[in-house]
Design a binder for this molecule. Structure first.
Ligand code: MN
Length: 195
């Protein structure tokens, strides 16, 4: 039987301080994501989903109302894995040239990304995706995820309140600024751009 297991964080839980506290990271990765994994393993037990990959669970359960819980938990695991992999402590700060060329400048990219992330009403993720070859910043609500729409994910920021509320309270914009200026793993982004 295929069991979804917790992916390890690619850095220590205190590695992203002061921009994301150890308490936030421990709760976010160790409690929220762990709960999605527990839920999904229970939901797929003795179903056809038990024998396919996480990505296939997501694409096969999408748009099936009876499987909404399976989709939500599976997509949350995928989205969080992408979010955590897209950050690092003391990262390379070299933003890929394709992003500069597409959005006009590094600052214009960051401004557009921040506007999207602060305008997302409620819970969800702001994504940088490649859609039909074109780089775009898109918002997705709740657990929704680009792979359902044949978009290639490049980077994502989790703007559910659990991602920042302990550290920033209601100031989501400050969280987005620190994320863009101090936490993005541009090597991960560059690698995704070439895939
Ligand atoms: Mn989250």
């Amino acid at each position: 039987m295929f069991t979804i297991t917790q992916f390890p964080l690619p850095y220590a839980t205190d590695a992203l301080t002061p921009y994301i506290s150890q308490e936030t990271l421990q709760t976010h990765h160790g409690k929220h994501v762990a709960t999605y994994i527990d839920n999904l393993n229970k939901l797929i037990e003795n179903t056809p989903y038990e024998s396919v990959s996480l990505q296939d669970i997501i694409t096969e359960s999408a748009n099936k109302p009876d499987d909404k819980k399976i989709f939500n938990n599976a997509a949350q695991i995928y989205n969080h894995n992408f979010f955590f992999a897209g950050m690092c402590p003391n990262c390379n700060t070299q933003i890929p040239q394709e992003i500069i060329d597409t959005f006009g400048s590094e600052q214009k990219f960051k401004d557009e990304f921040k506007t999207a992330a602060t305008n997302l009403f409620g819970s969800g993720y702001t994504w940088l995706v490649r859609d039909n070859g074109q780089l775009k910043i898109v918002n997705m609500k709740d657990a929704d995820t680009p792979i359902v729409y044949n978009m290639k994910p490049i980077l994502t920021l989790d703007v559910w309140e659990h991602a920042y509320y302990l550290d920033y309270k209601n100031k989501r914009g400050d969280f987005v600024d620190n994320y863009l200026n101090h936490l993005v793993n541009w090597d991960f982004v560059a690698e995704n751009l070439t895939k």
